[in-house]
Design a protein around this ligand. Structure first.
Ligand code: SF4
Length: 260
């Protein structure tokens, strides 16, 4: 008697299991991730988002420790691909040894590299900091400039860094800081469809009143770190949930603003 061929049950079972896991549980109604400019960019909706952000993060501010514009510029350069906590561990000793741009011009590249090594990419960062110190000492009388046009001529101060320094150190809103959180969440909230930071900023400055440009970035960065995290946003804990129509939502109350 010929032995009956074994049926390959396991792979079929596995694929059923995978399919079941891929489906969201019934309690989660994922909204369609469609961008509707008339609805999404309506001034009342934008105002509601800003109102909720301000109420949720009333004390949102830059987490990088600094005492002046120069220290903030250096800390922001160091924060690329590094946590603010790590930067804050490094800067006290750095500024103890080299407190001003002029003092920093006298630092040697190897000494500087050693002081900032733990922040990663330390060779490039040291080069930028030394370049910034020289430029500010030679061309701006030792003072960090107060305009975007001037500040972006300083080594290491691209548009995002310049916006951070102008907004936080001088309270000047010349633009909106677009980091990874601001880019991701502004897209999730359908405030932009752009993918490049510069284009995202251009979209945001058109719809966000200038007096909220500085706060918006701080609030969104806090929101991105605590709630609207990249992989698994905590939508059940989010104060923007009823106004958010993102397809990335992990939970929905089923309510939508303004009809609640
Ligand atoms: S509801 Fe979810 S996806 Fe939308 S902003 Fe809040 S955490 Fe982010």
């Amino acid at each position: 008697m010929t032995a009956k061929k074994a049926t390959p049950k396991t792979p079929a079972k596995k694929s059923n299991l995978n399919a079941a896991l891929a489906k969201p549980p019934k309690s989660i109604a994922k909204p369609k991730d469609t961008f509707n400019p008339k609805r999404d960019l309506a001034p009342e909706r934008v105002a509601e988002i800003l109102k909720r952000l301000a109420a949720t993060y009333p004390n949102a501010e830059c987490a990088l420790h600094h005492r002046n514009a120069w220290e903030l510029l250096v800390a922001t350069i160091l924060s690329a691909q590094c946590t603010d906590v790590r930067v804050n561990m490094v800067t006290p000793e750095l500024f103890r040894q080299f407190p001003t741009p002029k003092a920093m011009t006298e630092a040697s590249q190897p000494v500087l590299e050693e002081l900032i090594r733990s922040t990663g990419f330390y060779r490039n960062k040291a080069k930028s900091i030394l370049g910034a110190a020289k430029k500010i000492t030679n061309d701006f009388d030792g003072k960090v400039p107060r305009t975007l046009a001037e500040l972006t001529t300083v080594p290491g101060a691209a548009r995002k860094t310049a916006n951070v320094v102008l907004g936080v150190a001088y309270g000047l809103a010349e633009g909106i800081v677009v980091d990874t959180h601001v880019l991701r969440i502004s897209r999730r909230l359908h405030l932009t469809k752009a993918t490049e930071p510069k284009n995202v900023e251009q979209d945001l400055v058109k719809i966000i009143p200038q007096d909220h440009w500085i706060a918006y970035s701080h609030e969104i960065i806090h929101h991105g770190r605590q709630i609207c995290i990249a992989r698994k946003p905590k939508c059940a804990d989010c104060t923007l949930e009823t106004v958010c129509t993102s397809g990335d939502k992990t939970w929905s109350s089923g309510k939508t603003w303004p009809e609640q």
